[in-house]
Design a protein around this ligand. Structure first.
Ligand code: IMP
Length: 197
């Protein structure tokens, strides 16, 4: 079985990606390889951040690795928060960094008077395999709801309603549906197709 490091310790993300990969590839987290460093991600693009993280593991541990970076791109905000999605709240005076409640409160406030609530989640995955870099992209189109709904998922899931699900949010739809249609699922599917071919 192929072994591959995923440059994250986010358990939600690990579970989601493990569920998509099934038992075809053994996925190791940063904890599994005893990496406790806060890997820098200071690029101005999702792709740049993903490459930066994967390259760090490859360079320091000599292991094949992939990393992802996700951004929420909102039409009415000209594509923001994009690469700043994790810090959107704190950058605008809401809560602390990587705080999902602050991020969603900030987003709902900024869209308070917006008729156009269209947006997309975009995931970039960088895979470093035998020293070579490969990029994969996954997109989920949807709309930002006017209030938070649902208990599942993480991050912006309670305010993101994917296209084709009657306005239900990812947090309401649950992990099984999300894993079929999410930005990350689509990017991971492309990654798997590449790895297994
Ligand atoms: P990261 O690239 O996975 O670290 O995510 C960047 C930001 O997007 C963080 O604020 C996450 O909470 C948010 N995010 C990433 N993926 C999802 C998702 O599937 N649903 C909701 N929020 C997400």
């Amino acid at each position: 079985m192929k072994k591959l490091v995923i440059a994250t310790n986010n358990t939600h993300k690990l579970e989601e990606i493990r569920a998509i990969l099934g038992n075809q590839i053994e996925l190791l987290s940063l904890k599994d390889i005893h990496c406790e460093v806060d890997i820098p991600e200071d690029s101005d693009t999702l792709e740049g951040n993903a490459i930066q993280k994967a390259q760090y593991i490859y360079d320091n541990y000599g292991l094949d690795c992939f990393a992802d970076d996700t951004g929420l791109e909102v039409e009415a905000l000209n594509g923001a928060p994009g690469v700043f999605t994790a810090r959107f709240g704190v950058m605008n005076g809401y809560g602390t960094s990587h705080d999902a409640d602050a991020n969603t409160a900030c987003l709902l406030d900024q869209l308070k008077n917006a008729d156009n609530r269209k947006c997309r989640f975009r995931t970039a995955i960088a895979l470093i395999l035998n020293g070579e870099t490969h990029l994969f992209e996954g997109i989920a189109n949807g709309e930002i709801t006017t209030e938070k709904r649902g208990d599942g998922g993480f991050g912006y899931d309670p305010v993101f309603a994917p296209e084709g699900y009657d306005g239900k949010t990812f947090a309401e739809l649950g992990v099984d549906v999300k894993n079929q249609v999410s930005h990350r699922a689509r990017a991971v599917a492309k990654l798997c197709e590449f790895l297994l071919k």
